[in-house]
Design a protein around this ligand. Structure first.
Ligand code: HEM
Length: 160
Protein backbone atom coordinates (compact mmCIF):
# COMPACT_ATOMS: atom_id res chain seq x y z
CA UNK A 1 0.00 0.00 0.00
CA UNK A 2 1.47 3.40 -0.93
CA UNK A 3 0.80 6.75 0.76
CA UNK A 4 -1.94 7.53 -1.80
CA UNK A 5 -3.83 4.44 -0.65
CA UNK A 6 -3.46 5.51 2.99
CA UNK A 7 -4.80 8.91 2.08
CA UNK A 8 -7.88 7.42 0.37
CA UNK A 9 -8.46 5.16 3.38
CA UNK A 10 -8.17 8.13 5.74
CA UNK A 11 -10.84 9.90 3.67
CA UNK A 12 -13.11 6.84 3.83
CA UNK A 13 -12.61 6.56 7.62
CA UNK A 14 -13.29 10.30 7.96
CA UNK A 15 -16.60 10.03 6.09
CA UNK A 16 -17.58 6.89 8.03
CA UNK A 17 -16.99 8.79 11.28
CA UNK A 18 -19.05 11.72 10.01
CA UNK A 19 -21.94 9.45 8.99
CA UNK A 20 -22.13 7.78 12.42
CA UNK A 21 -21.65 11.03 14.28
CA UNK A 22 -23.86 13.50 12.41
CA UNK A 23 -26.40 10.76 11.64
CA UNK A 24 -26.68 10.18 15.39
CA UNK A 25 -27.09 13.90 16.04
CA UNK A 26 -29.85 13.99 13.39
CA UNK A 27 -31.65 11.07 15.07
CA UNK A 28 -31.45 12.66 18.52
CA UNK A 29 -32.65 16.02 17.15
CA UNK A 30 -35.47 14.98 14.84
CA UNK A 31 -36.74 11.75 16.45
CA UNK A 32 -35.55 11.17 20.01
CA UNK A 33 -36.01 14.61 21.59
CA UNK A 34 -39.42 15.35 19.96
CA UNK A 35 -40.66 11.90 21.12
CA UNK A 36 -39.36 12.41 24.66
CA UNK A 37 -41.00 15.83 24.77
CA UNK A 38 -44.38 14.13 24.26
CA UNK A 39 -43.94 12.09 27.47
CA UNK A 40 -45.88 13.84 30.22
CA UNK A 41 -44.28 12.11 33.22
CA UNK A 42 -41.18 14.32 33.57
CA UNK A 43 -39.22 11.85 35.72
CA UNK A 44 -39.73 9.07 33.19
CA UNK A 45 -38.76 11.51 30.42
CA UNK A 46 -35.51 12.49 32.13
CA UNK A 47 -34.52 8.90 32.91
CA UNK A 48 -35.13 7.81 29.33
CA UNK A 49 -33.17 10.77 28.00
CA UNK A 50 -30.19 10.06 30.23
CA UNK A 51 -30.13 6.37 29.31
CA UNK A 52 -30.44 6.91 25.55
CA UNK A 53 -28.39 10.07 25.05
CA UNK A 54 -25.75 8.66 27.43
CA UNK A 55 -25.30 5.65 25.15
CA UNK A 56 -25.03 7.92 22.11
CA UNK A 57 -22.52 10.20 23.88
CA UNK A 58 -20.20 7.22 24.37
CA UNK A 59 -20.34 6.38 20.66
CA UNK A 60 -20.00 10.07 19.73
CA UNK A 61 -16.79 10.38 21.81
CA UNK A 62 -15.17 7.56 19.85
CA UNK A 63 -16.18 8.86 16.41
CA UNK A 64 -15.17 12.42 17.28
CA UNK A 65 -11.63 11.20 17.92
CA UNK A 66 -11.56 9.07 14.73
CA UNK A 67 -12.93 11.92 12.57
CA UNK A 68 -10.47 14.42 14.06
CA UNK A 69 -7.44 12.13 13.61
CA UNK A 70 -8.30 11.21 10.01
CA UNK A 71 -8.99 14.89 9.18
CA UNK A 72 -5.69 15.95 10.72
CA UNK A 73 -3.85 13.23 8.75
CA UNK A 74 -5.39 14.41 5.46
CA UNK A 75 -4.53 18.05 6.21
CA UNK A 76 -0.94 17.06 6.99
CA UNK A 77 -0.52 14.91 3.85
CA UNK A 78 -2.09 17.57 1.61
CA UNK A 79 -0.07 20.21 3.45
CA UNK A 80 -3.21 22.31 3.27
CA UNK A 81 -2.88 24.32 6.49
CA UNK A 82 -2.88 27.62 4.60
CA UNK A 83 -6.51 26.93 3.62
CA UNK A 84 -7.41 28.28 7.05
CA UNK A 85 -6.23 31.69 5.82
CA UNK A 86 -8.72 31.82 2.94
CA UNK A 87 -12.41 32.54 3.36
CA UNK A 88 -13.38 30.39 0.33
CA UNK A 89 -12.41 27.42 2.50
CA UNK A 90 -15.11 28.40 5.06
CA UNK A 91 -16.15 24.73 5.11
CA UNK A 92 -12.73 23.81 6.55
CA UNK A 93 -13.26 26.40 9.29
CA UNK A 94 -16.78 25.12 9.90
CA UNK A 95 -15.69 21.44 10.06
CA UNK A 96 -12.97 22.27 12.54
CA UNK A 97 -15.27 24.52 14.57
CA UNK A 98 -17.91 21.77 14.85
CA UNK A 99 -15.29 19.23 15.83
CA UNK A 100 -14.02 21.64 18.51
CA UNK A 101 -17.50 22.34 19.95
CA UNK A 102 -18.39 18.62 20.14
CA UNK A 103 -15.02 17.75 21.67
CA UNK A 104 -15.47 20.46 24.29
CA UNK A 105 -19.04 19.40 25.10
CA UNK A 106 -18.47 15.61 25.08
CA UNK A 107 -15.12 15.48 26.88
CA UNK A 108 -15.18 18.51 29.17
CA UNK A 109 -18.48 20.36 29.66
CA UNK A 110 -20.91 17.41 29.73
CA UNK A 111 -19.08 15.28 32.32
CA UNK A 112 -18.02 18.27 34.44
CA UNK A 113 -21.04 20.58 34.45
CA UNK A 114 -23.72 20.07 31.79
CA UNK A 115 -24.95 16.69 33.03
CA UNK A 116 -25.58 17.97 36.56
CA UNK A 117 -26.94 21.31 35.35
CA UNK A 118 -29.39 19.72 32.91
CA UNK A 119 -30.67 17.26 35.53
CA UNK A 120 -31.26 20.13 37.98
CA UNK A 121 -33.08 22.24 35.37
CA UNK A 122 -35.12 19.28 34.12
CA UNK A 123 -36.36 18.56 37.66
CA UNK A 124 -37.25 22.25 38.15
CA UNK A 125 -38.92 22.84 34.77
CA UNK A 126 -38.82 19.85 32.43
CA UNK A 127 -40.55 21.47 29.40
CA UNK A 128 -38.22 24.47 29.48
CA UNK A 129 -35.05 22.35 29.90
CA UNK A 130 -35.98 20.02 27.03
CA UNK A 131 -36.99 22.94 24.78
CA UNK A 132 -33.56 24.50 25.37
CA UNK A 133 -31.61 21.31 24.73
CA UNK A 134 -33.69 20.69 21.58
CA UNK A 135 -32.86 24.19 20.30
CA UNK A 136 -29.13 23.58 20.91
CA UNK A 137 -29.30 20.29 18.99
CA UNK A 138 -31.12 21.98 16.10
CA UNK A 139 -28.43 24.66 15.82
CA UNK A 140 -25.60 22.10 15.91
CA UNK A 141 -27.32 19.82 13.40
CA UNK A 142 -27.90 22.70 10.96
CA UNK A 143 -24.25 23.78 11.18
CA UNK A 144 -23.05 20.17 10.81
CA UNK A 145 -25.16 19.58 7.69
CA UNK A 146 -23.90 22.84 6.22
CA UNK A 147 -20.32 21.67 6.89
CA UNK A 148 -20.98 18.31 5.20
CA UNK A 149 -22.51 20.05 2.17
CA UNK A 150 -19.64 22.56 1.91
CA UNK A 151 -16.94 19.92 2.51
CA UNK A 152 -18.16 17.46 -0.14
CA UNK A 153 -18.71 20.23 -2.73
CA UNK A 154 -15.39 21.94 -1.85
CA UNK A 155 -13.33 18.73 -1.72
CA UNK A 156 -14.62 17.73 -5.15
CA UNK A 157 -13.77 20.95 -6.92
CA UNK A 158 -16.62 23.40 -6.32
CA UNK A 159 -15.16 26.91 -6.01
CA UNK A 160 -16.99 28.87 -3.34
C1 HEM B 1 -10.56 18.66 13.31
C2 HEM B 1 -11.57 18.37 12.55
C3 HEM B 1 -11.50 18.10 11.08
C4 HEM B 1 -10.47 18.19 10.21
C5 HEM B 1 -9.01 18.59 10.49
C6 HEM B 1 -10.97 17.84 8.90
C7 HEM B 1 -10.23 17.81 7.74
C8 HEM B 1 -10.69 17.42 6.50
C9 HEM B 1 -9.89 17.36 5.29
C10 HEM B 1 -8.43 17.75 5.19
C11 HEM B 1 -10.68 16.93 4.30
C12 HEM B 1 -10.28 16.71 2.82
C13 HEM B 1 -10.56 17.95 2.03
C14 HEM B 1 -10.16 17.82 0.57
O1 HEM B 1 -10.05 16.72 0.04
O2 HEM B 1 -9.95 18.88 -0.06
C15 HEM B 1 -12.00 16.70 4.86
C16 HEM B 1 -13.09 16.25 4.15
C17 HEM B 1 -14.36 16.14 4.67
N1 HEM B 1 -14.75 16.37 5.97
FE1 HEM B 1 -13.52 16.93 7.49
N2 HEM B 1 -12.31 17.54 9.01
C18 HEM B 1 -12.67 17.69 10.33
C19 HEM B 1 -13.94 17.51 10.85
C20 HEM B 1 -15.07 17.25 10.12
C21 HEM B 1 -16.43 17.27 10.61
C22 HEM B 1 -16.83 17.60 12.04
C23 HEM B 1 -17.24 16.97 9.56
C24 HEM B 1 -18.76 16.89 9.54
C25 HEM B 1 -19.53 17.79 10.05
C26 HEM B 1 -16.41 16.73 8.42
C27 HEM B 1 -16.88 16.37 7.17
C28 HEM B 1 -16.10 16.17 6.05
C29 HEM B 1 -16.63 15.76 4.77
C30 HEM B 1 -18.07 15.41 4.44
C31 HEM B 1 -15.53 15.75 3.89
C32 HEM B 1 -15.57 15.46 2.38
C33 HEM B 1 -15.14 14.07 2.06
C34 HEM B 1 -15.13 13.87 0.56
O3 HEM B 1 -16.18 14.01 -0.07
O4 HEM B 1 -14.10 13.57 0.01
N3 HEM B 1 -15.11 16.90 8.79
N4 HEM B 1 -11.97 17.00 6.20
Amino acid sequence: MDSGDFFSLARAVHVLGVVLWIGGVAFVTTILLPSLMKITDSENRLNLFEALEGKFAFQARIVTVITGLSGYYMLEVMNAWERYQHIQFWWMHLMTFIWFIFTLVLFVLEPLVLHRLFRKQAIKNSDQAFALIHRMHKILLTLSLLAVFGAVAGAHGFQF
